[in-house]
Design a protein around this ligand. Structure first.
Ligand SMILES: Cc1ncc(COP(=O)(O)O)c(C=O)c1O
Length: 476
C-alpha cells in the first residue's frame, strides 16, 4: 500500500502552480488579508481541476477514500465534513422510507435528527447502567434478542460503541443477532476512530461484523473539527450510502478538513501504533497512580466489564469518581480549570471524564495527576451526598419523531403534563438516557420521574425550560 496523502498532495500541487484564482472561495487564498486570516485560508480551496469532486470523485478524493478504507479494513469509506452527525443522518437516509430501526435509548441526539429527516420508526433498546456510576454503558445481546424477536420487520439495527465513557459492546454477537433477523448492524463508533491502529485497543466495529460504521475522527485523531468518516462492511450498498451522503453534504466541502483526514490516516498508518502504545502505557501507569489518591477512583476495564454487555474499554478515557471527596464532579471540574488550567471533557454529580489523546506527552499526564492530588487534598473529608440520578422508566411512542417534530405544540405547567404527548425531549445526566422523546406519552410513572428530576440536582438536557416548571406538549 502506498502511504501518500492524495488530497493534501493535490492541494500543494495546485498551490505550486500559483494560478490566478478566478474562482471561489472569495478570500482567494487569504494572501491579501492580514494574519491570522492569511494562514487560516491558505489550504482552503475548492473543487477546481486537480482537486477532484467530492460528490463524484475520480481523482485525489477517490484515491484518498481507498487508502482510508484500507487503513480501517472497510470495503468502502467516505469522507464526511460535517461530523459524525452527518454519517448518522446519511445512514438513516439510506434506509427505505418509514424504516423500522432499532436504536439504543441513549443514542446521541444526531439520531433524533436523523429520524426526523428520514421518518424512521424507532424501537428503543434498554441500555445497561453501571449501578454505582449511574451512566448508560452498553447494550446486551439478551436485550437485542428480546427486542428483535418482538419485531416482525426491522430495517436496521444501530448501536453506539464505544460509549462516551469508552466502553464498547460485543459487536460480533450483536451483528449476528441483527443478521439472523435479516437486518444490517450499523455502529456509531464516533469515539473509536483510533481503534484499528493498535491491537491492544478495542477492536474496530467494521472488522467485527458491522455493516456500516461512523467515526467522528476529529474526536480522537489529529483531525480538524467536523472531520469524520463512514465505512461500509458489506451490508449497505455503496451507491445508497453515496447518494445519502451527497444529499446532505455541502457543494463546497472544506479542503482543510478533507486534507486533515487524509494526513491523519497517513500518520496513523505510519506512526499510530507507536503513539497508541505509549499512550496505553501512560494510561495504565497513571490510572494506577490516581487509584492511590485517597478519595478518587479511576474506573478500570475490569470494573467496567462487570456491567453486562460491556466488552472492552478505551484506555484513553479516564472516568474518575469523586465520591470520596467533599465536592461533586461539577465543582471538581470548575476547580481544576480555575487552579490548574485543566479543562475536562465532562463532569456529572459523581464523576469527571478526562479524554486523553495519544498526542499528550508524559508531562501532561503528570500535570493532570498533580492537579488531582491537590484536588483530593483540598476536598478531603466527609463526602457530599451525591444524587447519581435514577434510571428513567421506559417510554411509549405515539407519534414518530418526524410527526412529533412537525406537530403543533403548546407549553403547559409540569403539574398538567400527565397523559399528554411530549413535545420535547427530557434527559438527565447521569444516566444520559432520555425519559421522554417528542411524540411519546407522558405516563403517570414518567410524570413522577419528571417531578423527581425537577427537585433533584442532576443536570437536565433537552427541554427549553431546563428547570422543568413547564414542558412543551403536542396539541390535542
Ligand atoms: C456517540 C456520539 N455519536 C455522535 C456524535 C456526533 O459527533 P459530531 O459532533 O462529530 O457530529 C457524538 C458527539 O459528541 C457522540 O458522542
Amino acid at each position: 500500500m502506498t502511504i501518500g496523502a492524495p488530497i493534501y498532495d493535490a492541494i500543494n500541487e495546485y498551490l505550486a502552480e500559483n494560478n490566478l484564482r478566478l474562482h471561489m472561495p472569495g478570500h482567494i487564498g487569504g494572501r491579501s488579508m492580514p494574519s491570522p486570516f492569511s494562514e487560516m485560508a491558505s489550504l482552503d480551496l475548492t473543487e477546481v481541476p486537480g482537486l477532484d469532486d467530492f460528490h463524484a470523485p475520480d481523482g485525489a478524493i477517490a484515491r484518498a477514500r481507498e487508502l482510508l478504507a484500507a487503513a480501517y479494513g472497510a470495503d468502502e469509506s467516505f469522507f464526511l465534513v460535517n461530523g459524525a452527525t452527518s454519517g448518522i443522518h446519511a445512514l438513516f437516509l439510506s434506509l427505505p422510507e418509514e424504516a423500522v430501526v432499532v436504536v439504543p435509548r441513549n443514542a446521541h441526539r444526531s439520531f433524533f435528527g436523523a429520524m426526523v429527516l428520514s421518518g424512521a420508526h424507532p424501537v428503543y433498546l434498554t441500555v445497561q447502567v453501571h449501578p454505582e456510576i449511574g451512566t448508560g454503558l452498553a447494550v446486551t445481546t439478551d436485550e437485542m434478542a428480546r427486542v428483535l424477536i418482538l419485531q416482525p420487520r426491522v430495517d436496521a439495527v444501530f448501536v453506539t460503541s464505544p460509549s462516551y465513557y469508552g466502553t464498547t459492546c460485543e459487536i460480533t454477537r450483536l451483528a449476528e443477532l441483527a443478521h439472523q433477523q435479516g437486518a444490517p448492524l450499523y455502529v456509531d463508533e464516533a469515539h473509536g476512530g483510533h481503534f484499528p491502529f493498535h491491537p491492544d485497543y478495542p477492536g474496530p466495529a467494521i472488522q467485527a461484523g458491522a455493516d456500516a460504521v461512523v467515526n467522528g475522527l476529529h474526536k480522537t485523531l489529529p483531525v480538524l473539527n467536523q472531520g469524520a468518516c463512514l465505512h461500509l462492511g458489506g451490508g449497505l450498498p455503496g451507491e445508497a450510502a453515496a447518494q445519502a451522503i451527497s444529499l446532505i453534504t455541502t457543494t463546497s466541502p472544506s479542503y482543510p478538513i478533507l486534507a486533515s483526514i487524509d494526513l491523519a490516516r497517513q500518520f496513523m498508518v505510519v506512526q499510530g501504533r507507536g503513539f497508541l502504545e505509549k499512550a496505553a502505557v501512560l494510561s495504565q501507569r497513571y490510572r494506577n497512580m490516581i487509584n492511590e489518591i485517597n478519595g478518587l477512583h479511576c474506573y478500570t476495564e475490569e470494573e467496567m466489564r462487570f456491567v453486562p454487555g460491556v466488552d472492552r474499554m478505551d484506555p484513553l478515557k479516564l472516568f474518575i469518581s469523586v465520591r470520596g471527596l467533599y465536592i461533586d464532579g461539577y465543582g471538581a471540574s470548575r476547580w481544576l480549570r480555575q487552579y490548574y488550567g485543566v479543562q475536562l471533557e465532562a463532569a456529572d454529580a459523581t464523576s469527571i471524564l478526562a479524554m486523553m489523546s495519544m498526542l499528550h506527552q508524559e508531562a501532561e499526564w503528570e500535570r493532570f495527576y498533580r492537579a488531582l492530588v491537590h484536588l483530593a487534598k483540598e476536598f478531603a473529608g466527609q463526602p457530599k451526598y451525591l444524587d447519581r440520578g435514577e434510571t428513567p422508566p421506559a417510554g411509549r411512542m405515539v407519534l414518530t419523531p418526524r410527526r412529533a417534530f412537525y406537530a403543533r405544540k403548546q407549553r403547559v405547567p409540569l403539574s398538567r403534563v400527565a397523559g399528554r404527548i411530549a413535545g420535547e425531549m427530557v434527559a438527565a445526566y447521569p444516566p444520559g438516557i432520555p425519559c421522554v422523546f417528542p411524540g411519546e406519552i407522558i405516563t403517570e410513572e414518567i410524570y413522577e420521574y419528571l417531578c423527581y428530576l425537577k427537585n433533584s440536582a442532576v443536570s437536565i438536557q433537552g427541554p427549553s425550560q431546563p428547570g422543568l416548571e413547564s414542558l412543551l406538549v403536542i396539541d390535542d
